[in-house]
Design a protein around this ligand. Structure first.
Ligand code: ADP
Length: 277
């Protein structure tokens, strides 16, 4: 019966197609993993000598140099540091892609971290005449358990971007506590700016890797386009979520929400441990 044969042929054909697709998908995944591993290894290899260049340039700056020599040494140092930032982004991005990024939870003081990040970015904000303000919910506990280094990285990215993309006005960092179960605290952290804003049709894309609103041709801001993609992955790894709200020409508000365990009995956790023999 011609109809039945036709059906059988069709099913066999579909199975073959599926098998071919599966093979292609596996090959693509393997190639992607190889690419991520290559990027991670390369970045690591570049980072070591770059640390040497920056470290030695720093030492050189501390020696007896004339004005011109100091300028040269200082340029080597700052260019090296800029390159290290890029390399660290690529390293983080490739670790995330290869699912090799791990979090290291520790006890930390959230208010202190936010102030440290703000202090670091304050000179850049002041240079541009911006007010950088922090509004920390007074009723919040300050000591939490989480990956403080990664949280600092996310805050540096969001506040750094707000400063970078704002020409006048302010940058306001707001930390608000939301109601949660005992022993935990849900946090709502936002960074609001009065900067250039993001066109509505680009809002969905800013958290994607290598996505920058400016086109290659008229770029005036530096950056790799990886910061927000890394921040989003980090916050999601911490069980949180990120968002953005923006009005083109008026300003943006980037934020995230996470829930962290609160370090309750601070006296016990902070007591120094003495080892006796
Ligand atoms: P980078 O800043 O290195 O380009 P990011 O991933 O941090 O990369 O940001 C991606 C893009 O999102 C930026 O290039 C910029 O176009 C846009 N963007 C991020 N933050 C802001 C902001 N606060 N205001 C306006 N645009 C922003």
């Amino acid at each position: 019966d011609g109809g039945r044969v036709g059906l059988r042929v069709d099913i066999t054909h579909q199975k073959e197609q599926q098998a071919a697709l599966e093979t292609a998908r596996k090959a693509a995944e393997a190639a992607n993993r190889a690419k991520s591993a290559f990027l991670a290894n390369m970045s690591h290899e570049i980072r070591t000598p770059m640390n040497g260049v920056v470290g030695m340039a720093e030492l050189l700056c501390d020696t007896n140099l004339n004005e011109e020599q100091r300028l040269f040494a200082d340029t080597i140092r700052s260019s090296g540091e800029a390159l290290l930032v890029i390399i660290n982004d690529i390293l983080d991005y490739s670790k995330i892609e290869a699912e090799r990024l791990t979090l290291h939870p520790e006890l930390f003081d959230l208010e202190r971290i936010i102030h440290e990040v703000a202090m670091l970015l304050q000179p850049r904000a002041r240079e541009r005449g911006l007010d950088l303000m922090i509004d920390f919910d007074l009723f919040l506990p300050t000591r939490f358990v989480g990956d403080a280094g990664r949280l600092r990285q996310v805050l540096t990215n969001l506040i750094g971007n707000a400063v970078k993309f704002t020409e006048k006005g302010h940058v306001l960092v707001r930390i608000v506590g939301l109601e949660t179960d005992p022993g935990q605290q849900a946090l709502h952290i936002s960074v609001e700016d009065t900067g250039i804003g993001i066109p509505a049709d680009q809002l969905d894309h800013v958290f994607g890797e290598f996505n920058q609103v400016e086109s290659e041709a008229d770029r005036k801001f530096e950056g790799t386009g990886l910061g927000l993609a890394i921040s989003k992955s980090l916050i999601e790894r911490m069980g949180g979520s990120v968002w953005v709200d923006s009005e083109f020409g008026k300003g943006s508000c980037f934020g995230f929400r996470i829930t962290l365990p609160v370090a309750e009995d601070q006296t016990v956790m902070l007591a120094p441990v003495t080892l006796r023999r």
